[in-house]
Design a protein around this ligand. Structure first.
Ligand code: FES
Length: 351
């Protein structure tokens, strides 16, 4: 794909057209145009961006993407986030699609410089990206980051929350064979230029919904919750509303952002509860020895949340983020025990 391609999409709500830049995935091109194409992860794992190629030639970047496992490839099914147009093409997307009215929330490409890379625990690193142009986003959204010389793109939720952000803070948990994590922990990352696409994601916080907030997160899934807490603090949400945060890590030593949690709890006048759930260690006390206000509990985070939340699900919006098994466990708890409807649950699954 060396030139712009014209893409036409047939959807349940009509036909839309957009332009695809050379090398750009169909999903990003459509989103950049302001279309609400179905997607969740934007990185090939969820399968939500399924579409069918009716005419035209395309190139699939990642054939083995987990999200592609159930596609009918012989019928021309593809993942929009993993596919590029090689010429003009016609696609069919089996969903309602609209054109976004609010210009500022339309995702776009930016470049950014990697700054302030710091280790939070033995395998968690946080970093900032100084953006080429400011970005508006909702608390709970994420961006996709591409690093120089590394294959593929990774999705990270913003930790901070500010109007028209010139810098975003992101957090990464290092995986055993994680290319990006290894690169971050290595010498070349500080000051490097990365490509950022976003904002993306619908697990967002909106103060005007005026709900109590329940947040269940595993590992780096806590990132978006930090942004939600920051946004909630800005709108003085916890003056009248409750917040419950359950943050799952393996051991006490794996906890991070604890100072910030302690501060948020102190500011919230008893309306915010934060519990660190330890899956591989039974805590010897009920609150954190160094961070007063942060409670401790032993067990998987969704089980800890389930015990603590019994009878307290009134009038709330639940946010869940973390590895798929944790998210699935939490969703079951929220639906069966909490009696929450799907519209009261916003989640973000990542591998
Ligand atoms: Fe394409 Fe998740 S959005 S697989």
């Amino acid at each position: 794909a060396h030139e712009h391609c014209a893409v036409s999409v047939e959807t349940k709500s009509g036909v839309f057209g957009f332009d695809c830049a050379p090398g750009e995935t169909l999903l990003y091109a459509g989103l950049r145009h302001g279309l609400t194409l179905p997607h969740e992860c934007a990185t090939g794992t969820c399968g939500t961006c399924r579409a069918r190629v009716m005419t035209g030639e395309v190139d699939v970047a990642w054939e083995e993407a987990p999200g592609a496992a159930r596609l009918k490839r012989d019928k021309g099914d593809i993942l929009l986030c993993q596919t590029r147009a090689l010429g003009d093409c016609v696609l069919r997307v089996p969903a309602e699609v609209a054109e976004k009215p609010a210009r500022h929330q339309i995702p776009a490409y930016r470049t950014g410089l990697m700054e302030n890379i710091r280790r939070l625990t033995s395998d968690v690193i946080s970093f900032e990206v100084a953006l080429s142009t400011p970005m508006e986003f909702d608390a709970g959204q994420f961006v996709v980051v591409e690093a120089p010389g590394l294959q593929g793109a990774r999705a990270y939720s913003m930790v901070n929350f500010t109007r028209s952000a010139e810098r975003i803070e992101l957090v990464v948990k290092r995986k055993p064979s994680g290319g990006f994590g290894d690169w971050l922990f290595g010498p070349g990352a500080e000051g490097a230029e990365v490509k950022v696409f976003g904002p993306l994601g619908r697990a967002t916080f909106h103060a005007d919904e005026n709900k109590n907030l329940l947040m269940i997160a595993g590992g780096s899934g806590i990132a978006g919750m930090m942004s939600i807490l920051a946004s909630a603090a800005e709108s003085d949400h916890f003056r009248t509303r409750k917040g419950y945060v359950f943050f799952g890590v393996r051991t006490l030593a794996d906890g991070f952002y604890l100072e910030e949690f302690a501060r948020r709890v102190a500011e919230a006048n008893g309306n915010l509860e934060v519990t660190l759930a330890l899956s591989h260690e039974e805590p010897s006390r009920e609150d954190h020895p160094d961070h007063p206000g942060v409670k401790l509990a032993g067990g998987m985070v969704h089980e800890v949340a389930s015990r603590a939340m019994a009878g307290r699900y009134d009038d709330l919006m639940a946010y869940v983020a973390g590895p798929p098994p944790m998210v699935d466990g939490a969703l079951r708890t929220l639906i069966t025990q909490g009696g929450l409807s799907p519209s009261a649950i916003r989640y973000d699954k990542f591998g």
